[in-house]
Design a protein around this ligand. Structure first.
Ligand code: DGL
Length: 222
């Protein structure tokens, strides 16, 4: 029986875990929230690699065959190194869904909410160059969203105000797609939707990633 391990800097990656569980409730899963070291967003690349390696070791000790890096920041910093160091492990990484947003944009303006670490990464840089070269891409760091989610604050007036401060300028700039490029952010999706009020599409990759994990399991079991 395949066992799928997930890790994130904190509880954010449960957005991916929950999407996966709704798709494959029978599959055995393990989730590691590295809350002690959260956030990863502003940490140096080498530090994130070290923390990611430690998370992978723990998941392997627990018998996982597939490791989902349920964190855009950790993927940006560490996925290449991890794939090299653990050639027998199947890794699933995350990167902001710039491609579908850019392809479907009518205004030619899209916004990405993510951490600085994710924006610095090779994956984001390459994908943006490839698919969004004729698009105005507004890259916005929203570390305060990570803090809210880690504190379990995902609704209410105060949360709405914090979200509005960050999101309203994106919509006002004409962005018609807002990409949730951090696994913490789907936890705030309802509030983000309230603020956006239908003026832009919110791109949440959780379900697409869950489908990708499901397909990999099928390959793995062949
Ligand atoms: N959940 C992480 C991500 O997807 C970021 C949170 C953090 O800064 O640790 O990028």
């Amino acid at each position: 029986m395949t066992r799928v391990g997930f890790f994130d800097s904190g509880i954010g990656g449960t957005s991916i875990l929950n999407a996966f569980k709704s798709l494959c409730p029978e599959v055995d899963t393990v989730y590691i929230a590295d809350t002690e070291n959260c956030p990863y967003g502003n940490k140096p690349k080498e530090k994130i690699i070290e923390l990611s390696r430690r998370n992978v070791e723990k998941l392997l000790e627990k018998g996982c065959d597939i490791v989902v890096i349920a964190c855009n920041t950790a993927t940006a910093a560490a996925v290449d190194v991890l794939r090299e160091e653990y050639p027998d492990v199947v890794f699933v990484g995350m990167e902001p869904a710039v491609k579908p947003a850019a392809l479907n944009s009518k205004t030619g303006i899209i916004a990405v909410l993510a951490t600085q670490g994710t924006f610095n990464g090779r994956l984001y840089q390459e994908t943006s160059k490839r698919f969004a070269k004729d698009i105005t891409l507004i890259a916005t760091v929203a570390d305060e969203f990570v803090e809210l989610v880690e504190r379990g604050e995902t609704s209410g007036k105060k949360v709405e105000e914090i979200v509005r401060r960050r999101v309203e300028p994106l919509v006002a700039s004409g962005a018609d797609h807002i990409v949730l490029g951090c696994t913490h952010f789907p936890h705030l999706k309802k509030v983000i939707e309230q603020v956006v009020a239908g003026r832009a599409e919110i791109v949440d990759p959780s379900y697409a990633v869950a489908k990708r994990i499901k397909a990999l399991i099928a390959d793995f079991q062949k």
